[in-house]
Design a protein around this ligand. Structure first.
Ligand SMILES: O=C(O)CCC(=O)C(=O)O
Length: 279
């Protein structure tokens, strides 16, 4: 009896049913011939294989926001270190209030006419230049003006004392409202010499001082993916730009799209008469 059973099992007839084997074989061969899309032979391998994207997806880096007092290295390159030094409340707010009022009232503000690639345009802010020699930017010259307002001389002395630098010139800027602005540029006119130090004091409304790193040669002048820095400059804040900052970075104060009160910005510089050429 045991021997009979063993034989029956070997023949696949243990359950006593009519030959299921050919039917199963047919189904298996159908599957092999045309597998449904979800039924791969080794699903784990096929469904979870990582494929390199054929195009590299690049994202512009988020701006680095600098608000804390102190020294901030923003880049290092063959030109050197680019460094910002931030002095929030360099002028106490109460003092800054009357200084703003007095400068707003007493500086002989003018609107400058510049020459750009599309012709002449009015700079969207008011300015005033103080210094022994003329200052040219955007192909338009501001004449020498050695008659410093006494408050500006006092501020220059205070900044020189704290920073250890000396300055002989000053560009005053008045942003009357949210639509006043200055576009991307570097303070790199030949008359400022190499690695110029710029001391920038802000009074009045807070505006964002934006910086972007000049692109490497491979980027062929494309600023899309460069590093950027944002510095909110508020009432009484002093910002110092040092080292290779003007060579390796550009800056701007963009227009804003909500109401903005006036802002005065004073940028102290050192002009070098021997390199002062008109451009
Ligand atoms: O208003 C500012 O903070 C910047 C002014 C400036 O970049 C300039 O006058 O060169």
């Amino acid at each position: 009896m045991e021997d009979k059973r063993r034989r029956a099992r070997v023949q696949g007839a243990w359950a006593g049913t009519a030959k299921p084997a050919p039917r199963q074989a047919l189904q298996a061969s159908n599957l092999k011939a045309k597998p449904p899309p979800w039924a791969s032979e080794s699903p784990t391998e096929k469904l979870f294989v990582y494929k390199e994207p054929s195009e590299v997806i690049r994202k512009a880096p988020e701006p680095r926001v600098i608000e804390s007092p102190g020294t901030h290295e923003i880049s290092v390159s063959p030109s050197g270190v680019s460094r910002l030094r931030l002095f929030p409340s360099f002028i106490d707010p109460k003092e800054a209030d009357w200084m703003f009022e007095q400068l707003h009232r007493e500086i002989p503000w003018r609107q400058k006419t510049n020459l750009g690639p599309d012709g002449h345009y009015q700079e969207p802010r008011l300015t005033c230049w103080y210094g022994e020699i003329p200052y040219t930017y955007s192909r338009s010259t501001m004449q020498a003006n050695p008659h410093w307002h006494p408050l500006l001389t006092m501020l220059k002395d205070r900044i020189e004392e704290v920073t250890g630098y000396t300055f002989n010139s000053l560009l005053c800027n008045l942003y009357r409202h949210d639509k006043d602005s200055i576009d991307w540029h570097s303070d790199d006119e030949p008359a400022l010499g190499s690695n110029p130090v710029i001391a920038s004091l802000s009074l009045g409304e807070t505006r964002t001082f934006q910086m972007r790193r000049k692109p490497s040669q491979e980027e062929k002048g494309d600023y899309t993916y460069v590093e950027s820095v944002h510095v909110p400059l508020d009432h009484g804040t002093l910002l110092l730009m040092e080292g290779a900052t003007q060579e390796d970075w550009q800056h701007r104060v963009p227009k804003e799209y909500h109401d903005r009160q006036p802002r005065i910005n004073l940028t102290f510089r050192t002009m070098r008469p021997e390199t002062s050429v008109q451009n």
